[in-house]
Design a protein around this ligand. Structure first.
Ligand code: ADP
Length: 341
């Protein structure tokens, strides 16, 4: 369990002191995967580095499995840090060491016997799918393989928590997917709690149970993935969502289409994703809805669908249609258009 309570981290700049992290509260229960998303400079790296006190918060508490690290003795801090693994965007591997040694060296430094080191390296290289690369050097590996070495190295110390600092940001989309699959596997099979930071919504979409949106050091929104993808409140969250699904049409596009009636976004979640509701509406109200955009997003814990539709009808017809859809579990947002009454 990770508890960050009212974390503040101040830095000095030429304009004075500023809060890179500004009163942030986060709670990740054992076995969950939480993600912090934000633009560059939002404070994500600083925040995640506060979790293992690589960065000491200016104020606030970091509590890991009930131990307040911000007030812990050096021994307690060292013990707790061993339960926290970390992976990074640029992998942080030793270039002059083989894959075997990259995983083994930290274990040797921790005082494990040769047999124990060998057993752990073999086990975790196997879990990340690199058993046949133990004698290779980092420059003989692809980006995805390098990240797998870093993950094996983190896991070999058998942490309860894994911190991921933009671990997929330097990878192509396909490799990103394979690393995210690996993180999901680790979470499910080893029960490891994961806190990650990212600027990519597809990372959140694929593996997170819960999401925090960070802007200028502050949490501007946080919610379960399903609720955040269904009803994003803050403009920054909406912008991030638009990077993976077309939920809106721009005002100028709606104007160009010169539509009468209404442009409506229907958001489907849970049961309503499986119903042929557009066809129902067309039959029931004898109208021809025109689909302007549509997409479906697969989340870790469910599916969210969006359809932007133009319906030509009077305000009372449109009211009746939106009521019908709402009663069938569809979330309705009016995006524009004009009425012809
Ligand atoms: P992100 O990871 O979201 O890109 P960072 O946490 O790296 O954001 O940075 C947040 C802000 O804090 C930025 O304005 C950055 O320049 C500043 N910052 C980060 N580390 C330091 C530091 N050691 N000293 C001064 N300013 C810093």
């Amino acid at each position: 369990m990770i508890q960050l309570q009212s974390i503040v981290k101040q830095f000095k700049s030429k304009n004075g002191v500023f809060n890179a992290v500004d009163h942030v509260d986060i709670q990740v229960k054992k076995g969950e995967i939480h993600g912090v998303i934000g633009y560059s400079g939002a404070g994500k790296s600083t925040l995640i580095r506060c979790v293992n006190l690589l960065e000491r918060p200016t104020s606030g508490k970091v509590i890991i499995n009930g131990v307040d690290l911000t007030n812990a003795s050096i021994e307690q801090l060292q013990q707790s840090r061993q339960k926290i693994g970390m992976i990074f965007q640029h992998f942080n591997l030793l270039k002059t060491a083989t894959v075997y040694d990259n995983i083994a060296i930290p274990l040797k430094l921790l005082g494990y016997s040769r047999q124990d080191v060998e057993a752990k390296v073999t086990k975790y290289a196997n879990i990340v799918g690199l058993s046949d690369k133990l004698a290779s050097y980092p420059n003989q590996l692809s980006g995805g393989q390098k990240q797998r070495v870093a993950i094996a190295r983190a896991l070999s110390q058998e942490p309860e928590i894994l911190l991921s600092d933009e671990a997929t940001s330097a990878l192509d989309p396909e490799t990103t997917d394979s690393i995210l699959d690996l993180l999901l596997e680790i979470n499910e099979q080893l029960g490891i709690t994961i806190l990650l930071i990212t600027h990519e919504m597809n990372v959140i979409q694929k593996i997170c149970d819960y999401v925090y949106v960070l802007e200028k050091g502050k949490l501007v929104e946080h919610n379960t993935s399903i609720d955040l993808f269904t009803k994003p409140q803050h403009p920054t969250t909406q912008k991030f969502l638009n990077t993976i699904s077309q939920r809106n049409l721009s005002d100028s596009l709606i104007e160009q289409l010169n539509l009468t009636g209404a442009v409506i976004r229907l958001t489907f979640v849970g049961e309503s994703t499986g119903k042929p509701l557009i066809a129902d509406v067309a039959n029931h109200f004898n109208i021809q809805p025109n689909i302007l955009a549509a997409n479906i997003i697969e989340l870790k814990n469910g599916i969210v669908g969006n359809i932007v539709v133009h319906i030509n009808g009077t305000p009372s017809e449109i009211n009746a249609i939106t009521k019908y859809l709402t009663n069938n579990g569809v979330q309705i947002d009016m995006l524009g258009g004009t009425t012809n009454e």
